[in-house]
Design a protein around this ligand. Sequence first.
Ligand code: SAH
Ligand code: SF4
Ligand code: F3S
Length: 435
Amino acid sequence: MRHSTFFVKSYGCQMNVYDSKKIISILENKGLKKNKDLENADLVVFNTCNIRDKAAHKLYSDIGRLNKYKKEKTIAVVGCVAQAENSEMFNKNKSIDIVLGPQSYHLLPQMIDDLKKNPKQINTEFIVNEKFDYLTEQKRKQGVSSYITIQEGCDKFCSFCVVPYTRGPEYSRPLKSLINEINILTDKGAKEIVLLGQNVNAYNTSYNGRKINIADLIEEISNNKKINRIRYTTSHPTNMSDDLINLHSTNKKLMPFLHLPVQSGSSNILRKMNRKYDTDYYLKIIERLKTVNPKIEISSDFIIGYPGETDSDFKKTLNLVDEIKFTQSYSFIYSPRPGTKSAVEKDETSLQIKKERLTILQERLKEIQFEFNKSFCGKSTDVLIENQSVSNPEYFFGRTPFMQSVYIKSQKMNPGEVKNVNISTCNHKNLYASY
Ligand code: SAH
Ligand code: SF4
Ligand code: F3S
């Protein structure tokens, strides 16, 4: 089969989206053209996520819809479901031609060529450092806010989570390769750098015999004069070092906003989850952060209905939410994942109760987010302008230091500039201004 066009669909986290961009570059370098829609592409790449059952399910229904075109298409399943399900995928759906784990995307062009020799291609080895060597080259234009993966994998083995199995052990990219990639990003117009990792604050490497942690890396990056803002996500509470906490006071490019997932407000549930901290520990970190920088705001992830979560455990989560006042959050009902420790635990809470708890939590989080946004109304705030809205060209889009989305009505604004704008109105999701 001739491959001249391709389509990539991303299902997962920010790292999965980052990987998809790299896959697009790799395929463009091979001479293929990116297609706007999936139906007319010769090669369809599904970059999958395995974190919850829903994401994995969606993949199979998407492939099912492609079956009628099968003769004209090559289907590659890459990412975390590919890693977890491995060669079993070929049995589950005969249309799949390539199965490729998240650490070997650079092998994709060769595997496409090798289809002529063998119609089923698979690679699920963990060869991370090699992957990044191949993936730095990028031809496309960069966004004002650009993401870069600095760390991958996880050694923490929370009882509910597939990541240690799908992404493998913790691996930190060498300093030099990161600085090179960031220079490329800023030469192409990036003003904000978002450092990505499954546990981004576990980053550690060495350079010229010196140990480098994430705080050192951020300091190094902030020497780049073209960069205005630095963020990092996702952090694990047990890796919040003093260096990193203090940096929130001393480094002016580091934004006063931190995604620090707590998962539950009950120490009992945290212990069962193998999170390796309790609520007191978590609260102390927040206190230290607020001491060095009173402006700092926190966002979190929550898992509702973990096996054994009682009403009293859930109330503790609500209490923690009221105490910390997370300004943005993601919350999900616990999804048992094959191969994880908690998948075999007894779970007596009904789905109905879990749904009720989730709704209560999400309503409360929404109220807090709205209150926070309202506190900006009638005041001015710095916004990094990212782009002009395509559907509504009289509006420009940007973000505050706290990641709030701002829509600004204006004749002209330049993406990449930080503008101080007056916020007129808001809802729980967005702020609005004119300039
Ligand atoms: N390393 C990060 C999180 C990475 S996974 C951390 O430890 O905080 C992203 C989020 O997915 C998690 O924070 C968790 O809230 C959610 N998640 C992971 N496994 C899940 C599961 N089995 N069911 C529901 N949510 C899950
Ligand atoms: Fe998953 Fe826990 Fe690792 Fe986060 S720290 S990626 S939740 S195992
Ligand atoms: Fe999903 Fe893999 Fe990311 S499981 S959340 S795509 S690391």
